[in-house]
Ligand binder design. Structure first.
Ligand code: AMP
Ligand code: GLY
Length: 449
């Protein structure tokens, strides 16, 4: 049996084993992704308890799970709690604490963390840094130039074919990207970024070629030496049916995405995942966590990187984890402890999973919070799972975010999963709730091919 030693604050040795012993896990974040992580971890017989920082109404209601009211950037508070409570693993959900160096801080206290260091998180927190890495390592991606001056950026877009993509360099909560159909729209986006619309994130701007094709998310887990893809998923980023309207954090997802054949996944592994990990290592980055490749599959069938994220996707996680058969703690601990090569291939359930996000009226712009939610028991009685994205448990369950719930169903095939998920969404009510009725429909013709 492989054993790993840690010292807690009192100087006591705590033994965490890859088999057998019960582990307490701390999950950092408060969205649907973190609810799904906590739910999946608790299915493992080795997991005694999950603590979510700060969690949401869904994690508050989950048996053997409790919320800890700390901010996701309160590294000191989390570290103190983890050391005193013998936390065996810390899983970081969102990009903000990763980019702020949570992993570096906690690792320095001898804690075991799933999530890259601040240096590794640059793959998401700086689009210019990620682009330079891809260009050095010859990873297929959109051609791009980086600008630190407004005039030079404007002069450049005037000479480029349209549409063209303008990106603020840093983290901008999903709002920093403009796909501009006209030069005027591109100039407006560049001007807004340099004027500080995204704060520091817009002090550099990446201008890149617009890729055509179909988007897919390949989340891969890595321990810094070995990298393995999870099942491919497809997200639905636009608010409106038929992929229209404003960009959102994601209105629904399904997995596996039939667009990614085994042969194409092999190419993604060889042409994108392996060389990216090698390029990270070359920069002396020991990357242990999720490398999320947002890909465009071009009309010629070639995979190209749109962007990398340094974490699990939301809502992709809500469809990928329900299909995973290997206990999640085993997978995440193997990454955090750098022994992923010793793990047998990941086991997956056959069939398909789909997640429909129910949003508050007005999202992704302004929306109200605190609205009473009902019908979740009926929805779950029909066999669906309801992951909470923005809820809070007061006297009763109320809305607390733009994306409120992620209703998820697993079945032996996508059409059956869709039927089940939409049966469940029909049971749920809160004032002004909105969801897309066409989640997963893009895959249906592909399944018939
Ligand atoms: P992001 O906020 O980085 O996830 O980007 C938002 C969306 O912008 C992506 O999901 C794509 O739909 C689109 N996008 C970003 N870069 C490109 C590109 N080079 N070509 C086409 N679409 C892009
Ligand atoms: N679903 C998109 C993201 O997690 O960034």
């Amino acid at each position: 049996m492989v054993a790993f030693r840690q010292f807690n604050q009192a100087g006591t040795i705590v033994l965490i084993t890859s088999e057998g012993e019960l582990v307490k896990v701390l999950v950092v974040g408060s969205g649907g992704r973190e609810h799904a992580l906590a739910w999946k971890l608790l299915q493992s017989e080795r997991i005694q308890e999950v603590i979510c920082v700060p969690g949401n109404g869904g994690t508050a209601l989950l048996p053997r799970c409790q919320n800890l009211a700390l901010s996701v950037t309160d590294f000191e508070g989390m570290s103190r709690f983890a050391l005193v409570n013998n936390i065996g693993l810390i899983v970081v959900g969102p990009e903000v604490p990763l980019a702020a160096g949570i992993t570096d801080y906690l690792q320095a206290q001898n804690l075991t963390v799933f999530g890259p260091t601040q240096a590794g998180a640059q793959i998401e927190s700086s689009k210019a840094w990620a682009k330079a890495l891809m260009q050095d390592a010859k990873i297929p991606t959109a051609a791009a130039e980086v600008f630190t001056s407004l005039d030079a950026a404007i002069a450049y877009v005037k000479q480029q074919p349209l549409p063209i993509v303008v990106k603020a360099d840093g983290l901008a909560a999903g709002k920093g990207v403009t796909v501009a159909a006209t030069v005027e729209a591109a100039i407006e986006a560049i001007t807004a970024a340099f004027a500080g619309q995204f704060g520091e994130a817009g002090s550099q701007v990446v201008i890149e070629e617009c890729l055509m094709g179909e988007e897919v998310s390949v989340l891969a887990i890595t321990d810094g030496l070995t990298i393995r893809p999870l099942l491919p998923a497809q997200d639905h980023k636009r608010i409106g049916e038929g992929d229209t309207g404003a960009n959102t954090g994601g209105m629904g997802a399904y997995a596996p995405a039939p667009l990614i054949t085994p042969a194409l996944m092999d190419r993604i592994q060889q042409e994108i995942l392996e060389p990216t990990l090698a390029a990270l290592r070359q920069r002396e980055i020991d990357y242990r966590g999720v490398l999320y490749a947002g890909l465009m599959i071009t009309p010629e069938g070639d995979p190209k990187v749109i962007e990398f994220n340094c974490r699990f996707g939301d809502p992709e996680t809500q469809v990928v984890l329900p299909l995973l058969e290997t206990p999640l703690d085993v997978v995440l601990l193997a990454c955090a402890q750098q022994r992923l090569d010793q793990l047998p291939p990941l086991a997956w359930k056959s069939g398909a999973a789909v997640c429909v996000v129910i949003a508050a009226q007005g999202y992704p712009e302004n929306y109200q919070k605190g609205l009473a939610i009902s019908g979740l028991e009926q929805a779950e009685r029909s066999g669906a799972m309801v992951f909470h994205a923005g809820t809070r448990l007061k006297q009763q369950l109320v809305t607390d975010g733009g994306r409120v719930l992620g209703v998820t169903a697993v079945s032996d095939a996508l059409p059956a999963a869709l039927k089940q998920v939409y049966g469940a969404t029909d049971c749920i009510q809160f004032e002004g709730m909105y969801y897309r009725r066409d989640i997963g429909h893009r895959a249906l013709p592909q399944l018939q091919e």
